[in-house]
Design a protein around this ligand. Structure first.
Ligand SMILES: [Zn+2]
Length: 51
């Protein structure tokens, strides 16, 4: 996945902190929409469940 579904802009990999957990996601450089990979979402789910 390298282009945005919405505007077909370029996606850039960025690190974001979501509820205190650092996950990597892809952010559109054009419309700034964030895309989380399923792997990162699983990681997020696991880490939040353990708290
Ligand atoms: Zn976009």
């Amino acid at each position: 996945m390298k282009t945005c579904y919405k505007c077909e802009g370029k996606l850039k990999e960025v690190k974001v902190t979501k509820e205190g957990i650092r996950v990597s996601c892809f952010k559109c450089t054009n419309c700034r929409k964030e895309y989380f990979t399923s792997r990162e979402l699983i990681k997020f789910d696991v880490l939040t469940e353990r708290r």
